[in-house]
Structures are given as structure tokens and as C-alpha cells.
Design a protein around this ligand. Structure first.
Ligand code: DOR
Ligand code: ZN
Length: 356
């Protein structure tokens, strides 16, 4: 039995740091365990220019503890204000290089009100991204049908994969695309068939690997977009991970919201996983019998896609039961509950691996 694993320090290809007190509370948790993190731009107001990204980067670096070696990789939001000129500037910037453009379907999730109704309209920006090699990071869900009605949110990812993604791939043959937080069987099949290093990759969260719709529907801490799917769908996502493909890797989508927004009649979408994400991925890989694939998934494939070397530092995980008993508390006194918490998770949840 393996009870200790040492891997290069992980790369988080998808994290939300927010702003202000929330940012100050959560950023150190990612900085403690990850070498680099791709930072989502869905703040309010959104990050739509290189200058805004540079300011935001400063705020993030200011929240990292002295001596931490976690590099934030900045992105911009695909809003109607984002121009091809800004893409060119972001690709070249020495002050704040832009590592990707994030697309949210209008209305689908937290602060998605600035997203396009159809990403296919963003032609000039997408062309420029293709030209300069800047990745498109997709929230790959169809949220609305042509008459503006909401589609079944359990069907949104499938519709995106069947209808929108093939058109993007055809129209922009050199565009680098990352399908973020893959959660369905259809997406897993598509990526297995069409995924390719440097061209089409997918990221997977710990919560879409660990939980299932049956338990998620009644638990605000597991409410997120894409919604957590059925056990059968989760099985297909796990099978994809077990293949150890170089174009599939970790993106936690750690998305903190204050207690007041999570434990409400309409809980905000987002799973806060930064304090437990690496531990949960390790637990899942152990259960799947593929701990040998963990390092590629957590620490190698992500940097490869972004044209960066893997970390030279390492972390060690040991097999040891523990429980999360406290929420994170911001300096303004707001509680932020991570998944896996023993009261608000799935019961007395026990995590099986711990970072030493
Ligand atoms: O669950 C989610 N939370 N999905 C997203 O796409 C956004 C995120 C957030 O920012 O809270
Ligand atoms: Zn996200």
C-alpha cells in the first residue's frame, strides 16, 4: 500500500480569488500549495483590459504571504468591450502577460452578465487570439436557447459540446482551447477523441470527480456551475482521468462565496476547495488505483499547455485521515466554508490524504 506521494508542486489552471477581504483570506491557501494559478477574471467589475489585470495581479501578490512562490497567471474576460488590440497588448506585455481569455455564457453563473450570448459573435477577438497563440478558456455550457429561454442546466454542457465547440474548432483551426471543468460523459468522449496537446485540452475539478447529483442537489456547498452530474456521468469523467492523457489536467475552480450567499434560498454557484483540493484529487487517484498518474495531472500537463516549465519544488502527501473542522474567516468576519467540511459537507466527511 502506498502511503506517501511526492510530486512537483501543483499547478491550478482555474481559480477564483475575488477581491478585497475575500481575496486576502483565500489567496494564501492557494499560494501555500500551488506553484502557479490561472486566475479567473469574473470580478465585479470584470477584468477586461491588460491594465486592470495588472492592478488585479498587484492585489493578489499583496495577499500572498512573504516568501511564497506562487505565480498568478492573469486572464481577461471575453466581454463586448474586449478588443483585438487588447489581446495583442496582453500577449506581448512584460508587466502583465495575459495567459488566456475566459468566456462565460451570458447569465449562466456568478458575474456572467458580461458574457456573450453566443461566443461565435466574438470573431475579431478570437481571430487575434488564434494569431498570437492566446488560449480560450471555455465555460462550455449553453445557457439559453434561441428564443432566450433557459435550457435545462443538466443539458447545457452536452449542447455546447455538440453544437458550439465543433464550430469553434472548425472556424479557428489553430486556436488553443481549454474546456474548463468538464463534467459530462459527452464532453469526456469528445475530449478523448479530439483532445490534443497545445490545441484542445480539458480541466477537471475535484468536486466533479468526487460527488454526484444525488448528494449535491440538496447541499448548498456543492452548488456550482456546471452542476454536479449523476453517478453514471461521473464514472465517465473518472474513466477519462484514468487514461492519463497529456491534454487532461487539474483546475480546481475553487470559487469562494461568503456564508450569507451560500446558505440562502438561492445559493451562489461556486465550490470553495482551495484548502482541500490537492488532498481530494490525491484521494480520488488513490481510489482509482492511478496514483502514478497524479503528478502529470496536477503538475505537468497544465504548465505544458501554458508553455511554462513545471515547478522545481515538490510537495509530499501522506495517507492520513483528517477532517476540516473550521471555516475560513475573512478579516471582515465573513465565514467561507470549504467542501469536505464535517458539518456542512456530506456528513462527517473524512479526508484520506494530507499535505505534509
Ligand atoms: O460554480 C461556479 N462558480 N461556476 C462558475 O462558472 C463561476 C464560479 C464563481 O465565480 O463563483
Ligand atoms: Zn470558475
Amino acid at each position: 500500500m502506498t502511503d506517501s506521494v511526492t510530486i512537483k508542486k501543483p499547478f491550478d489552471s482555474h481559480v477564483h480569488f475575488r477581491q478585497g477581504a475575500m481575496l486576502r483570506a483565500v489567496t494564501p491557501l492557494t499560494a501555500a500549495k500551488f506553484s502557479r494559478a490561472v486566475v479567473m477574471p469574473n470580478t465585479d467589475p470584470p477584468i477586461e483590459t491588460v491594465d486592470q489585470a495588472a492592478e488585479y495581479k498587484k492585489e493578489i501578490l499583496g495577499a500572498m504571504p512573504q516568501g511564497s512562490h506562487c505565480e498568478p497567471l492573469m486572464t481577461v474576460y471575453l466581454t463586448k468591450n474586449l478588443t483585438a488590440v487588447e489581446i495583442e497588448k496582453g500577449a506581448k506585455s512584460n508587466v502583465c502577460k495575459i495567459y488566456g481569455v475566459k468566456s462565460y455564457p451570458y447569465g449562466a453563473t456568478t458575474n456572467s452578465q458580461w458574457g456573450y450570448r453566443s461566443i461565435l459573435e466574438a470573431k475579431e477577438v478570437l481571430k487575434k487570439m488564434e494569431e498570437v497563440g492566446m488560449p480560450l478558456l471555455l465555460h462550455g455550457e449553453v445557457h439559453m436557447n434561441e428564443s432566450g429561454g433557459e435550457v435545462d442546466p443538466y443539458e447545457g454542457e452536452r449542447l455546447f459540446i455538440e453544437d458550439i465547440l465543433p464550430r469553434l474548432l472548425d472556424s479557428y483551426p489553430k486556436l488553443k482551447i481549454s474546456l474548463e471543468h468538464l463534467s459530462t460523459a459527452v464532453a469526456a468522449d469528445f475530449i478523448e477523441k479530439h483532445g490534443a496537446e497545445g490545441r484542445l485540452v480539458a480541466t477537471i475539478t475535484p468536486h466533479h470527480l468526487l460527488y454526484a447529483r444525488e448528494e449535491a442537489e440538496s447541499r448548498p456547498l456543492l452548488r456550482c456551475k456546471p452542476l454536479i452530474k449523476s453517478k453514471a456521468e461521473r464514472e465517465k469523467v473518472r474513466l477519462l482521468v484514468k487514461k492519463g492523457l497529456p491534454f487532461v489536467f487539474a483546475g480546481t475552480d475553487s470559487a469562494p462565496h461568503p456564508e450569507s450567499k451560500k446558505f440562502s434560498a438561492t445559493p451562489a454557484f461556486g465550490v470553495f476547495s482551495a484548502p482541500v483540493a490537492i488532498e481530494l484529487y490525491t484521494q480520488i487517484f488513490d481510489e482509482l488505483g492511478v496514483l502514478n498518474l497524479l503528478e502529470n495531472f496536477l503538475s505537468i500537463n497544465g504548465p505544458n499547455f501554458y508553455g511554462l516549465p513545471p515547478s522545481e519544488e515538490t510537495i509530499t502527501l501522506v495517507k492520513k485521515d483528517w477532517q476540516v473542522t473550521e471555516p475560513v474567516v475573512t478579516d471582515e468576519g465573513e465565514k467561507v466554508w470549504p467542501i469536505g467540511h464535517k458539518e456542512h459537507g456530506l456528513g462527517n466527511e473524512t479526508l484520506r490524504w494530507r499535505v505534509r
